[in-house]
Write a protein that binds this ligand. Structure first.
Ligand code: GDP
Length: 309
């Protein structure tokens, strides 16, 4: 089984997240032969709506050197109901994308702070070094200062920095010497972001986010944190208030490229999965073993945020 690395992307709007992910996917050529290559698919839901199932996927995956890298999008600026924390909890590390001209923006501070608090290892991507009069070194220093002010550990402050131009299709160790591809970035991810570890035991999967398909209804997305999720198997659904309802994980999908692929194999711990056919779930619930249901401790949520949901 391929190793899995779950990496969350933190980026201020327009700093180049969509372009970067899109270009990496093109380069790694993981599109299946008959899959149409669309420009900027990450932001394009139309095609996905047509296909019915692969909708609104905020996660994409890249296969590189026998490793599956799940790239997890983080919510923008707000933290409704602890969403940022739940999403970051699936990750083994973060990719912070920063515009070489603008430097880090205050709006990403909150998400970065959460990532630092959770002990995640950052990789900094200074993007758009092709821009005239940009100052990649200053952008990098500002990121360092920001992380320092957020009480990052020494290990976190020792983050690797990758420079490049997502638009021009490269990332390298040095902004003055363009490379020809994203290999350096992918290798940096493999070197610095730990692989997920498999945790034996009874099934636990917290529902982190929700997708919707007009064909099939609501889809529960999350990471299997313990045990394995068997497609079609009856499961318990542990609600946030501790009540338990019985349900069935009718169909399971894994993230492949820009879409989701149905799997009949048990989904191992560490993998991020989309579950179809589950009745009555909410974000924050735990999918657990049918016989021995055990919920994951609810993430602390500020009351005012809750009431806004
Ligand atoms: P997102 O909001 O973070 O997803 O940003 P996008 O990927 O949509 O990019 C925002 C804008 O920046 C678009 O017009 C991109 O073409 C442009 N852009 C992205 N990467 C680069 C880059 O490396 N260099 C330059 N000059 N522009 C870029």
């Amino acid at each position: 089984m391929a190793e899995i690395r779950n990496i969350a992307i933190i980026a201020h709007v327009d700093h180049g997240k969509t372009t970067l992910v899109d270009r990496i996917l093109h380069q790694v050529k993981l599109f299946r032969d008959n899959q149409e290559v669309q420009e900027l698919l990450l932001d394009n839901n139309d095609l996905e709506r047509e296909r019915g199932i692969t909708i609104l996927s905020k996660n994409v995956s890249v296969r590189y050197k026998d490793t599956k890298i799940n790239i997890i999008d983080t919510p923008g600026h707000s933290d409704f109901g602890g969403e940022v924390e739940r999403v970051l909890n699936m990750a083994n590390g973060v990719l912070l994308i920063v515009d070489a001209f603008e430097g880090p923006m205050p709006q990403t501070r909150f998400v970065l702070q959460k990532a630092i608090e959770l002990g995640l290892k950052p990789i900094v991507v200074v993007n758009k070094v092709d821009k005239e009069n940009c100052t990649p070194d200053i952008a990098q220093e500002k990121v360092f200062d920001l992380m320092f002010s957020l009480d990052a550990t020494e290990e976190q402050l020792d983050f690797p920095t990758v420079y490049g131009s997502a638009k021009a299709g490269w990332m390298g160790p040095d902004w003055q010497t363009p490379t020809e591809d994203f290999i350096y970035l992918l290798d940096t991810i493999l070197e610095h972001i730990p692989a997920t570890t498999h945790k034996e035991g009874t099934l636990q999967m917290r529902i982190t986010s929700l997708d919707y398909s007009s064909y099939t209804g609501r889809i529960a997305v999350g990471k299997v944190s313990r045990g394995q999720l068997i497609p079609g198997a009856p499961v318990s659904l542990v609600k946030r208030d501790g009540t338990i309802v019985k349900s069935v994980a009718k169909e399971c999908y894994l993230f492949e490229g820009l879409g989701k692929e149905k799997t009949k194999e048990p989904v191992p711990s560490g993998e991020i999965c989309a579950v179809l056919g589950l009745e009555g779930f909410d974000i924050g619930d735990t999918i657990a073993d049918i016989e021995n249901p055990e919920g994951l401790k609810a993430i602390q949520i500020d009351e005012p945020t809750m009431s806004m949901m």
